[in-house]
Design a protein around this ligand. Structure first.
Ligand code: MN
Length: 216
């Protein structure tokens, strides 16, 4: 009965499967929130998308990332040659209808902590109104994670690989939990693993235990 968050898999399907094994994910009991950006950059995007389609349920919940949104908003045949050769026409149509319906954020209370899960960032205004006209949820960078967050909420986000940034006077290659703030950055650059030493990370919300998988 554990609840997990993972983000920015970017087609790193083998690492993702290794992570499911590592956390012993049981989709009949546990819940996995995927905080967007399963697409682009990595080696096995179609396999990753098909896995999500097959397993989406109350226990596997996918949020929208900017890379999904870009695909659905600007389906440019030149730019997306890869997708047009890797996905069937039916699958491409499914992507274009599936992506716009993906939620931008989810709220879940675990162990007395009120979490907000989102791809890039969120503001109190967005949470109040449910409206995100500036696409903050999928594009926010340091204007969000150098901010103070939202009172009473612990925000778990991805989008910016925390490995490449000097934060808290150290170069982090792990889940980022800034002191005195209720923000948790869980993109640790899985798709850049070989190049920069990043890894795929997963956070168990119940106890904030961190799990890591390294590229081979
Ligand atoms: Mn992103």
């Amino acid at each position: 009965m554990s609840i997990y968050a993972i983000s920015d898999i970017h087609g790193c399907y083998d690492m993702f499967l290794e992570m499911l094994d590592k956390i012993q994910f049981d989709e009949t009991r546990d819940t996995l929130y995927i905080l967007g950006d399963i697409m682009d950059r990595g080696p096995k995007v179609p396999e990753m998308v098909r896995w999500v389609w097959k397993h989406e349920s109350e226990h596997v919940i996918m949020l929208k990332g900017n890379h999904e949104d870009m695909f659905a908003s600007y389906p440019d045949p030149d730019y997306y040659t890869f997708y047009f050769s890797q996905f069937s026409a039916t699958e491409l149509n499914r992507l274009l209808t599936w992506i716009p319906k993906l939620p931008l954020y989810k709220e879940v209370t675990v162990g007395g902590i009120d979490y907000v899960l989102v791809h890039a960032g969120i503001t109190e205004e967005i949470l109040k109104t449910g409206k995100d006209p500036d696409e903050f949820c999928i594009w926010a960078r340091n204007e969000f994670y150098f901010g103070d967050g939202i009172p009473g909420k612990t925000i778990v986000f991805g989008h910016t690989p925390m490995m490449s940034r000097i934060i808290d006077e150290e170069i982090t290659v792990h889940i980022w939990k800034p002191k005195g703030k209720n923000l948790i950055g869980i993109d640790t650059g899985a798709v850049f693993a070989k190049k920069f030493g990043g890894k795929l990370s997963c956070l168990r919300l119940d106890d904030q235990k961190e799990f890591y998988v390294y590229a081979k």
